[in-house]
Design a protein around this ligand. Structure first.
Ligand code: DX5
Ligand code: ZN
Length: 226
């Protein structure tokens, strides 16, 4: 299972240092949490395309950057994040009117797109989209901030999506990735890996004052046995 840092909990005045630590630790996928102060329940505002551009310029072209769009008008603004340097946008099924249409627009723009479900959203909302998606993201916290507690109740949803995607790949379909996001630490990384998650987003478990990104990453990777 791959680990990708959410930079949400970083000190943005020392972001270059944090990114350098992550690169040194061998991280090649970065998760940027975009919140517009409207869509998420606690009305958080994080950052926009300008920071995405700075992060892309700093990291160079080798790494993969996704933007998790927790915003009200993703269908109108998604292109700003791709043009700023993101490889993929991950949009909420709860926030997009015509997801199928968005998928074709993003793909014709040469970018990748994922679909994210809030903890209470059923898989039935996205199953018909999976054949066209580059990634499905299951939230294991209610979107809005880093450092929240993990919700194990999403297990069945993750396992059902895993089964679905495996069948799709077996039948020659898209190799859609399965991601989880929220509350992942060294005490539950192995659990979600055993559920069949391909990539886990880790924010406060990687970027914190306890240790460097590298030390925290080693801790988490050591805990993964499956
Ligand atoms: C929550 C974000 C998550 C969060 C993860 O709204 O989508 O990416 O930053 O942070 P931790 O790992 O601290 O829960
Ligand atoms: Zn996120």
């Amino acid at each position: 299972m791959e680990i990708t840092p959410s930079i949400l909990t970083a000190d943005f005045c020392n972001l270059g240092e944090t990114l350098d630590e992550a690169l040194k630790a061998g991280i090649s996928w970065f998760h940027m949490d975009i919140m517009d102060g409207n869509w998420v329940i606690n009305k958080t505002i994080t950052f926009g395309p300008a920071l995405v551009k700075s992060v892309r310029d700093f990291l160079g072209d080798e790494v993969f950057i996704d933007c998790h769009l927790m915003i009200t008008n993703a269908e109108l603004t998604w292109k700003q994040f791709i043009d700023a340097g993101a490889d993929m946008i991950i949009c909420h099924i709860e926030a997009v009117d015509n997801f199928q249409n968005l998928i074709s627009k993003v793909h014709s723009h040469g970018a990748k797109i994922g679909c994210v479900l809030n903890p209470e959203t059923e898989t039935s909302e996205v199953l018909h989209l999976i054949p066209y998606l580059d990634l499905v993201l299951v939230m294991s916290v209610v979107p809005g901030k880093g450092g929240q507690s993990f919700m194990p109740s999403v297990e069945n949803k993750v396992r059902e999506l895993r089964k679905n995607i495996d069948l799709q790949i077996k039948n020659g379909g898209k190799k859609t990735k399965l991601m989880i996001d929220g509350g992942i630490k060294d005490h539950n990384a192995d659990l979600v890996s055993s559920w069949g998650v391909d990539i886990a987003v880790v924010g406060s478990g990687l970027i914190n004052n306890e240790g460097t990104v590298e030390e925290n990453l080693i801790q988490i990777k050591k805990s993964i046995k499956t």
